[in-house]
Design a protein around this ligand. Structure first.
Ligand code: MN
Length: 129
């Protein structure tokens, strides 16, 4: 079973997304701020991280930079999620090391396509490693 780490400070969004992912057969772990995201990612090594960008304590951009600078968590794909559809946000998310980007409210089929593309890449990397 694949484990997805959902990082979201809004309880309603977090619960909705978690439930939807569980319905699709993913194991879901959650974090409510950027610091908790870093700590949880290091200990649980999820298969993929869905990262809200507007987060307390450490924001999603900084949390992603930290994860991508650490050899332990470097390979975990990160999809940034933000309510802002601005190009600047997208650019900053990619610069921070996010592997992909999507906007909220989440269009689940579209998000799942992006997740599957990255999870496939993970499998290939694991085989050739
Ligand atoms: Mn938020």
């Amino acid at each position: 079973m694949l484990t997805i780490l959902v990082v979201e400070d809004n309880a309603l969004n977090r619960d909705m997304l978690s439930r939807r992912l569980q319905m699709e057969g993913y194991k879901v772990e959650t974090a409510i701020n950027g610091l908790q995201a870093i700590e949880t990612a290091r200990t649980l090594l999820p298969d993929l991280i869905l990262m809200d960008l507007d987060l307390p304590v450490i924001n999603g951009w900084e949390a992603t930079k930290t994860l991508k600078a650490d050899t332990v968590t470097l390979d975990i794909p990160v999809i940034a999620l933000t309510a802002h559809a601005f190009n600047e946000d997208r650019k900053q998310a990619i610069e921070a090391g996010c592997d992909d980007y999507d906007t909220k409210p989440v269009d689940f089929p579209r998000l799942q396509e992006k997740m599957q593309a990255l999870l496939e890449g993970e499998k290939l990397r694991a085989i050739t490693r």
